[in-house]
Ligand binder design. Structure first.
Ligand code: IPE
Ligand code: IPE
Ligand code: MG
Length: 263
């Protein structure tokens, strides 16, 4: 059994709240931020860690329950070896430095992705940080590292089939989604990508089915609390229909609060 079952946006209509329960972010634009300042690309990655810190804090203050950050994609191995190794070192250093603070703030820390290619020392640090913070409930912070949406669906399918070796058909969405690496959280309400590109880059392919997508030109190291609030405001102005009509939505709202007047 997975930790809990969450509403699937395609099988049911999830409840919508003003504050997104789960925000997922593609933190893009570090290299360009650095190049604009005639700095090496990796200076942008270092600076990006500060944005990570302030976004985590802001999410806690605003009552967001899940924050998922794309830190390294399965395709980022294609980058120059020295940039890849800098990113790994930065991940290790940041984790070392921040884990106490994460824990003190009631943050549950998780990493999703294929860790088999990582330095065993880093994997060990990750597993220890996850175990230490496992009971925290204020915010679940997930870092996607060597993560790819296709990898995730494939590994979930492999695990699903292994669990039911006799079955050939009749699988449900829940059979698969329960094996996805993010099976401990709801689907993202709000997806943010900084850095100007408007693509998913193999992030949470399954879970983004009905997420509200928000793209901003702001480069990740410049993405501050005001920028996060702007994204949340944009989210709050959306009508999340999940396939229904606006009229149906208004009727459903009227049923919940009859005193709110008629359309
Ligand atoms: C995102 O910034 C960080 C990672 C992918 C690790 P980039 O490094 O992709 O920055 P740009 O897109 O080249 O500016
Ligand atoms: C996506 O950014 C991955 C991360 C932010 C970790 P990329 O910079 O790798 O994406 P593409 O290559 O522009 O699609
Ligand atoms: Mg990029």
């Amino acid at each position: 059994m997975t930790e809990s079952s969450f509403i699937s946006s395609t099988r049911d209509v999830p409840a919508v709240s003003g504050v997104p329960r789960h925000i997922a972010i593609i933190m893009d634009g570090n290299g360009r931020w650095a190049r604009k300042r005639f700095l090496p690309r990796v200076a942008g990655h270092s600076r990006g860690v500060e944005s990570v810190r302030s976004v985590i804090r802001a999410c806690m203050e605003r009552g967001v329950s899940y924050l998922t950050l794309f830190a390294f994609s399965s395709e980022n191995w294609r980058r120059p070896a020295d940039e890849v190794s800098f990113l790994m070192q930065l991940f290790m250093r940041s984790l070392q430095k921040e884990v106490d603070r994460l824990h003190d703030n009631g943050i549950r820390f998780r990493v999703i992705g294929d860790l088999s290619r990582f330095d065993p020392k880093l994997v060990d640090m990750i597993r220890r940080a996850e175990a230490r913070t496992a009971a925290n409930e204020k915010l679940t912070l997930t870092i996607a590292a060597n993560y790819g949406g296709r990898w995730d669906i494939l590994q979930a399918m492999t695990r699903m089939l292994a669990k039911h070796p006799e079955r050939r058909e009749g699988f449900t969405e829940e059979d698969l989604s329960g094996e996805l690496s993010l099976n401990y959280g709801p689907e993202p309400d709000l997806f943010i990508r900084t850095g100007g590109e408007q693509r998913i880059s193999n992030f949470l392919l399954w879970q983004l089915a009905y997420s509200e997508l928000y793209f901003t030109d702001t480069l990740w190291p410049d993405f501050d609390v005001a920028a996060l609030d702007e994204a949340i405001r944009s989210y709050q102005a959306r009508e999340r229909r999940f396939g229904r009509t606006s009229e149906q939505l208004r009727q459903a709202e009227g049923a919940v609060s009859p005193s709110s007047g008629h359309a």
